[in-house]
Design a protein around this ligand. Structure first.
Ligand code: FES
Length: 155
């Protein structure tokens, strides 16, 4: 399986690893099939922009690389814009992901959405909600990868 140089860079040198102790929002999600988990913590300023963001991911190389790039993309973004980041954007930003690894990017985008909704509900505001794919009981993280299931967790 071939990974782009950028994927390997973020896997070997992940950005923004850790936990913000006094976070304004926390998102924890798990991939129900492979068991990989990730946690995102965020600090949000008065203008609803993400001032700081950190992640911890226990998972495959693609999950780590996608988590790392999501923290770079989301830093400085307004929360509604950050919540709209898609797994396709994440993959494109990394110079592409092998098809069997596209599902791994769901963890990072979902973790960010959950952290943003946590921030909003802590402040008595309506969560953005939306499709948290890894929490959907019908979500098949390998569902869009015909015939490549056996490849999906090989890193
Ligand atoms: S997130 Fe589990 S194999 Fe990538």
């Amino acid at each position: 399986m071939l990974y782009s140089e950028k994927v390997m860079d973020h896997f070997n040198n992940p950005r923004n690893v850790g936990v913000i102790e006094d976070a304004d929002g926390v998102g924890e999600v798990g991939n129900p099939v492979c068991g990989d988990v990730m946690k995102i913590t965020i600090k949000v300023n008065d203008a609803d922009k993400i001032d700081d963001i950190k992640f911890q991911t226990l998972g495959c190389g693609a999950a780590i690389a996608t988590s790392s790039i999501v923290t770079e993309l989301a830093r400085g973004m307004e929360i509604h814009d950050a919540a709209a980041i898609t797994k396709r954007q994440v993959a494109d930003e990394l110079g592409g992901l092998p098809p069997a690894k596209m599902h791994c990017s769901v963890l990072a985008t979902d973790g960010l959405k959950v952290a943003i909704d946590d921030y909003l509900t802590r402040h008595g505001r309506d969560p953005i909600g939306g499709d948290i794919q890894s929490e959907n009981p019908d979500f098949d993280p390998h569902g869009d990868i015909e015939g490549e299931h056996e490849e999906a967790c090989d890193l």
